[in-house]
Design a protein around this ligand. Sequence first.
Ligand SMILES: Cc1cc2nc3c(=O)[nH]c(=O)nc-3n(C[C@H](O)[C@H](O)[C@H](O)COP(=O)(O)O)c2cc1C
Length: 161
Amino acid sequence: MVIVYESKTGFTRRYAEMLAAKTGLKVFHVSEISKVNPDEEVIFLGWMKVGKIQGLNKVREYKVVAVCGSGTARTAEPDVETVLKRNKIKGIPFFYLRGGCLPLKDIKGMDRILLGMFVGILKLRKDKDEKTAESIAIIENGFDGVREENLEPVLEWLKAR
Ligand SMILES: Cc1cc2nc3c(=O)[nH]c(=O)nc-3n(C[C@H](O)[C@H](O)[C@H](O)COP(=O)(O)O)c2cc1C
């Protein structure tokens, strides 16, 4: 088995490298997928953009046995069921890993425009709950939610196989 990941700002890469260090499995960025033997089992980690796990479509022809999605929220957004459907994940486990984000001012290009719009919509909400306020603060100021213990469910699943 090998680990393959996609990461834009480095949070998912840290999880992939942490998992490699804990398991001894080799780790590849998705751009190196041609180096992976098609018979090899793959555990895939990708960052989530509007609910889509980035890079997952590039490994569809491989033997993906588990998928991890990293996002900024406490739990998968909008919810696990939607993420599974939107990413066509069937019959294999999905693990949500809380990643993080750079402060909005440090994000570039289209992603910054998208996130800026998103935070604008959140701010317009009249009845801002705690979760909305937290999302606004995270996007504006940045946040690092990468923790070793978040990999525990993945490690337990690997052990049980
Ligand atoms: C344009 C954009 C859209 C995003 N959409 C989502 C999302 O739908 N759900 C989520 O949980 N996180 C979302 N995020 C946050 C990232 O998935 C999160 O910051 C991730 O941990 C970044 O990983 P990376 O550093 O490996 O690129 C979005 C971030 C950007 C820039």
